[in-house]
Design a protein around this ligand. Structure first.
Ligand SMILES: Cc1cc2nc3c(=O)[nH]c(=O)nc-3n(C[C@H](O)[C@H](O)[C@H](O)COP(=O)(O)OP(=O)(O)OC[C@H]3O[C@@H](n4cnc5c(N)ncnc54)[C@H](O)[C@@H]3O)c2cc1C
Length: 227
């Protein structure tokens, strides 16, 4: 394949993050956008992802990433084109008893973002569990296969987003750990806004700047769960 000799923006990496950034740059009129992938699209973590699009987070930044990205999965054909295979399921998050107050605070925080979530009681969970065991396929179900990939943790377990210090015109969107798939639509838009306009409008991503560790400001939500 011939690589174009000139472009306005080059995106390196054809996973869900790089493709979303390239898509948003093109959509926002960035000019000629070239996406470079050393193997095949989605041949990294993206192709191994379970594709779980959950909304429960213990910090408002990722709550916003997930919630605002949901619209793209729900209306993929109109926004991007084609069928992304999104199926709405529901999600149950349990925490240890000593995290109850944090759970309550996080549910309130997520509701304020717009996430359709609520606290359920132990009795409601028991009813759900009983219903599940009555589904014959679940009683006899076995694990058929598994797969594994790299979990790219940063010290605070959040991504690195923003300009690389000291390298003009070079931006990073890396280190998404287990969250990148569901966050990609908004991360792509935020990065495109940052690159083209100097500032991400859809979500303020400055808490995830590359310099936060040397500044002694790792990112944590106000109510983290303690294991
Ligand atoms: C087993 C597993 C399950 C997961 N489940 C979920 C989930 O349920 N929900 C969720 O939201 N997230 C999940 N994740 C996390 C999610 O998959 C990742 O956060 C996301 O795919 C990261 O996307 P990426 O584009 O940053 O990286 P990648 O998908 O790894 O893409 C990087 C790409 O860059 C290319 N590349 C690297 N170097 C170069 C180079 N020098 N030149 C050109 N190309 C290069 C690679 O070939 C690769 O294609 C899971 C991850 C794993 C491993």
């Amino acid at each position: 394949m011939t690589i174009p000799r000139k472009s306005d923006v080059v995106v390196i990496g054809g996973g869900v993050i790089g493709t979303s950034i390239a898509f948003n740059l093109a959509r926002m009129g960035a000019g000629k956008v070239v996406l470079l992938e050393r193997r095949q699209l989605a041949s990294g973590s993206t192709g191994l992802s379970s594709g779980l699009v959950r909304m429960h987070y213990d910090n408002p930044l990722e709550g916003n990433f997930a919630f605002k990205s949901l619209e793209t999965f729900q209306h993929f054909d109109e926004i991007v084109g084609g069928d992304c295979g999104f199926a709405r399921t529901g999600f149950l998050r349990t925490v240890k008893p000593h995290n109850l107050e944090e759970l309550k605070a996080n549910v309130t925080m997520l509701q304020s973002i717009g996430v359709n979530t609520r606290l359920v009681t132990r009795d409601e969970i028991r009813v759900l569990e009983r219903l599940c065991t009555r589904i014959p396929a679940m009683e006899t179900g076995t694990i058929r296969r598994g797969h594994a990939g790299i979990n790219d943790h940063t010290p605070d377990k959040h991504a690195l987003l923003g300009p690389a210090p000291g390298i003009e015109g070079f931006y990073c969107a890396i280190g998404f750990s287990r969250h990148g798939f569901k966050e990609a639509p908004v991360v792509g838009q935020a990065m495109a806004e940052l690159i083209l306009n100097g500032r991400a409008e859809i979500v303020d991503i400055t808490p995830l700047r590359l310099t936060r560790f040397e500044e002694g400001q790792p990112y944590h939500g106000p109510y983290p769960y303690h294991d």
